[in-house]
Design a protein around this ligand. Structure first.
Ligand code: SAM
Length: 281
């Protein structure tokens, strides 16, 4: 690596990038993440052959979020860890509590679920497997929307092909929805699941009003990157997108305590699974 790229991001440069990322996406880079951010920006400098962090900052600072360089920038600065059946108990609750309750209260035969920080699509495909097993038996039109700010992971999601090792978390009863290509080490999602899902780039800082009303929203393991103020703004928008009686699901280390008191907290068999419900009336 060229010496230039060994240069540290100064406090002042860090602040410029941090404020900018926060303003555009809500992601809050705290000072202890300075080195992580520095290494991520360096990759863009290297690809573009630029000489300084400031030069790169000036290049992006007035660009719209959907411009080619901004897409690449946010592909670098987001963290995308995910897995199939992550926090598996939430999917047991989806199957045994949420879906049966929704089938009781729904007046139409459409079911819309949103994976609002979809990353590589493993969450959306997990949801589709559970819906197939449950709602699929009742002749519903099921649609899953998977959105994320990171374009690179969305392309992986659309392809629906993963390292075969990633399939270790898929319970045996759902094995029929995937193909294990052992020779090439690839796990492929079957076409009928892929057809249920639309993946698209979307920034949670924007307005959600053009999305259809949702029955369930998964917003897991992304609130940890946002401040309370940002979480509050987003939760109000999620609330508005849910049908009365619809469910909102967070990651297991996240909470609506101190963020919103509009939802009812729902336990499943006495378990705390960070499942919230919009009141029916
Ligand atoms: C750690 S992953 C969580 C993936 C999945 N929900 C799960 O729990 O396994 C967080 C995702 O949130 C996305 N993200 C971060 N800020 C975002 C924003 N402002 N709008 C949309 N997606 C965002 C990141 O790109 C990343 O893919």
């Amino acid at each position: 690596m060229d010496n230039l790229y060994k240069k540290e991001l100064t406090e002042e440069e860090f602040k410029k990038f941090r404020d900018y990322i926060y303003k555009k996406s809500g992601i809050n880079y705290t000072i202890n993440k300075k080195i992580i951010l520095q290494n991520r920006i360096r990759r863009r400098l290297r690809d573009l052959g630029l000489n300084s962090y400031l030069e790169y900052f000036n290049l992006i600072k007035n660009k719209p979020i959907d411009s080619p360089e901004m897409i690449k920038f946010f592909d670098e600065v987001t963290t995308n860890e995910t897995s199939f059946f992550r926090h598996e108990r939430q999917f047991v609750a989806l199957k045994s509590m949420i879906i049966p309750e929704l089938l009781e209260i729904k007046r139409n035969k459409d079911l819309n679920v949103w994976s609002a920080a979809a990353s590589m699509g493993k969450e959306a495909y997990t949801i589709s497997m559970v819906l197939k097993e449950t709602v699929g038996l009742h002749n519903y039109k099921m649609k899953i929307l998977g959105t994320d700010l990171n374009n690179k992971v969305l392309n992986m999601a659309k392809l629906g092909e993963y390292d075969i090792k990633d399939g270790k978390d898929i319970p045996r009863e759902y094995e029929k929805y995937v193909i294990r290509d052992k020779e090439n080490g690839i796990l492929k999602i079957k076409e009928d699941l892929k057809k249920m899902i639309e993946f698209k780039r979307f920034n949670l800082k924007e307005s959600y009003s053009f999305f259809p009303k949702m029955d369930v929203i998964f917003c897991r393991n992304v609130f940890i990157y946002f401040e309370k103020k940002t979480q509050k703004e987003m939760v109000d928008k999620f609330y508005d997108r849910l049908i009365p009686g619809g469910f909102f699901i967070l990651g297991h280390s996240e909470t609506l305590n101190g963020v919103s008191d509009k939802f009812i907290y729902r336990k499943f068999n006495g378990e705390n699974l960070m499942i919230y419900q919009k009141p029916l009336k």
